[in-house]
Design a protein around this ligand. Sequence first.
Ligand code: ATP
Ligand code: ZN
Length: 295
Amino acid sequence: MTEQRLRIALQKKGRLADDSYALLKKCGLRFAIRGGGLLARVKNMPIDLLLVRDDDIPSFVANDAADIGIVGENVLVEEQLTAKNGLDAEIDMRLGFSRCRLCLAAPDNGPIKSASDLIGTRIATTYPGVLGRFLKEQGIDANSVEMKGAVELAPSINIAESICDLVSSGATLEANGLTAFETILNSEAVLIKSSRKLSSKKQDILDKLSSRIDGVIKSAETKYIMMNAPTDKVDAITELLPGADAPTIMPLAGKENLVALQAVCTENIFWETLEELKALGARAILVLPIEKMMS
Ligand code: ATP
Ligand code: ZN
């Protein structure tokens, strides 16, 4: 019997690729991406990486060319809405990177300022599915002009009055004299799978990987905080710690009124919190990153 290896579809090159590789590396997978290869073998786990264009990832997962995939939610939703015979692929886990928005945008000085101004106009997009759903939900009668790329140029060459495109920083829109006036989809990278049942061997590999991904995502936000605190302020200090369970309290040699306090905070610790802790009498406050977590 051939060895069973979990196959993960990933974007080979592009805005999603580097962070996808980085996530898998943080999960302990060892692999090398070389030039032209379609398949990369993970050396220390029974996993293969299928390296493709992002647009193909949902259908590859749906059609069993890969067991799971990492793709932008925007691409998944678009494929779900436009696949002729439906698409057997759904979100298994949100990954928190490659965040962007699918927005409607129009020339800064033009007449289109809101969605209701779109009636009877042309909107250029590479996302006819998501745009069509939005227009239908809003009851707006407009024409979508499908393009394969360079959508931001459409108004200047007069093939559309507005565009529907992905925005992250907004710099591309600004450079083309466009302003976003409506977000129609918020997106981030997602792990996708189909409804097919995996073999128990592959499911075991996926469970292990999912638990590691979960740990990587959680540890990115989680911090370890340490400080010396006045004994009578321990309760007030504990209340200030974001997303922390009961802290560890230890006596300090030779100091009656002070204790060492340590806790795991599962949410961001802002400077403001540290200032409030200091105001309560905490001293020698340290915030440390957590490298790995398993709960
Ligand atoms: P491919 O050659 O794989 O088809 P592509 O050109 O379609 O690549 P990229 O531009 O690499 O795709 O974007 C991949 C994904 O990265 C997008 O679908 C989206 O989920 C995410 N992304 C994050 N920020 C942005 C952005 N500012 N513009 C476009 N995509 C973004
Ligand atoms: Zn693409």
